[in-house]
Every structure is written in C-alpha cells, then in structure tokens.
Design a binder for this molecule. Sequence first.
Ligand code: GLV
Ligand code: MG
Length: 312
Amino acid sequence: MTAPDAAGRLRPRRSCLAVPGSNPRFLEKAQGLPADQVFLDLEDACAPLAKEDARHTIVKALNEGDWTGKTRVVRVNDWTTHWTYRDVITVVEGAGPNLDCIMLPKVQDAQQIVALDLLLTQIEKTMGFEIGRIGIEAQIENAKGLVNVDEIAGASPRLETIVFGPADFMASINMKSLVVGEQPPGYPADAYHYILMRILMAARMHDLQAIDGPYLQIRNVDGFREVAGRAAALGYDGKWVLHPGQVEAANEVFSPSQEDYDHAELILDAYDYCTSVEGGMKGSAMLGDEMIDEASRKMALVVAGKGRAAGM
Ligand code: GLV
Ligand code: MG
C-alpha cells in the first residue's frame, strides 16, 4: 500500500470488507475480492474463546497473504474489555509493516483514541517501525460516542475515518428494529439522518473520511444499494461489506456515474478555460445553459476526484 495521502490520509474506502480473524478460509478468500479495504476482525465476528488464536491467525495472514491494492485494517476489541491491549500489541508487533490501520470499536471519548495512539507509538519505537504510519479508524456505536464525536475526530493525527456502527448503535439507544441498516418500522422518516450527518460533520471538520457500517441482509443486494446510495448521496466515502455480492455494489454506488464524472471534468475544463481568458478577470463562465463559478468548480472537483480515484 502506498503512503497515506498527506492531506488527511485519504485512501479509497468505497468497500470495506469485514473478515472474521478466526477463519483462515475467509482470510484467504478475501484476498481475491475487489474490496478497497479489508478489516480482519478480532471483535464481534470472533467468539471470546477464539480471540487469542485469531490474533496469531491474523498476523500470519497479514505477513504471508497477498493484499495488493487493499488497505489492511485490524479491528481490535474495545477498551472496556480486557482484550484490547494484547490485541494491539500482538498484531502490531507481529505484522506492523504489513498493516495500515487499527480500527477501534465503540469509541466513547477522545481519551480512548489518545490511549491507542500512545500504545501504537510505544510499539513503533520498540520495534523500530516508522512512527505514526499506522492509522486509526474510530467506530461510533453509542450515544456517548456520538455526543463526543467532534473531540473524538480531533483526538489524534493518526485518525483516518469515523465509522458508523448501526447494529450496536440501534441496540444502545433502544431503537425498535431487528434489521440492521433498515429503517425501524413505525417511523415515517429516515431514522439515521441525524446520526449520519452528525458523524459526517465531525469527520469533515477534521478532514477525515466518513464510512457507513454494515447491512446484514446479505442476499438483498438491491436493499444494500438503496441504503448505501443514501450514505453516498450525503457524501460518505464508503460502506462496510459482509459478502462478495456487496463488494461490487459498494464500489459502484460510491463512484460517480460515467455521465456525472464526464460532466464534472467538463465543468473543470470550461471553468479553467473561461477564467484564464480576459486577463483572468472573469469569475464565472457558461457551460451550455449552466452558469459555473468557483463554488461549482469545487463541487465538480469532488465528483471528478472520486471518479479519478476509481480509475475512470
Ligand atoms: C458494527 O460494528 C455495528 O455494530 O453495526
Ligand atoms: Mg459494532
């Protein structure tokens, strides 16, 4: 994997594939899937009795597998458990150079991020690894995390993404639904709008990416597309995927359509051309019937940037 982007460690994360760390067969299979990111899970996808072995299975998979083109992440257990420090030490000491980020679930305040940052720095110093190269992904999964999300997002230069965890979040606030990612029955509007926007604002305030969590109806790809499409429309950078069928859908939903991409490039060209003539004194231009100005140029840059990152 290349070094993180200087302006905010912006790696592609349209599809973030969850892989149980205790399952060597899934770890092998994940390497062949076209996901932008994989995260090898030591938390909820690993049974308590399987966690200790899974740390070593993950180290082996990171060191010996072929993860070319993918951001490599390990999700450790949250700080309220007794597993977290050993998860981090075993995985980072064992596979640090082959690991891009640690994902911390159920983050509740900035101190939890600071603690992980300090532990990573100690391991990097001890092992002679580059200091600060390993990033952090913070999952927001309860009311306390959401209320503190601004300070969480600003707690460490290692932070790369803020991730919404809908399953734990719905449970923690007593939302009356059993289908993760779907709207709770009986509520006529979008029950996730506030939460998603709140996370997005905190992430953008600190130039971080915002990632939507899982959709558990893994055979319902149309449902996945619809839910992912809502997050993408708001500006989210990607979504978790749990199944090969969701990978392609996420890559597509979080990339602009060819038509939008072409239009964005046209706006950028037209704006550059028009503002370069007349001695650079023109602040706006016409593209067909559409007036474009500096703000439209910025909007076009977002779409063009996503398209270029997707290789369009
Ligand atoms: C993910 O961790 C979730 O709780 O949705
Ligand atoms: Mg969770």
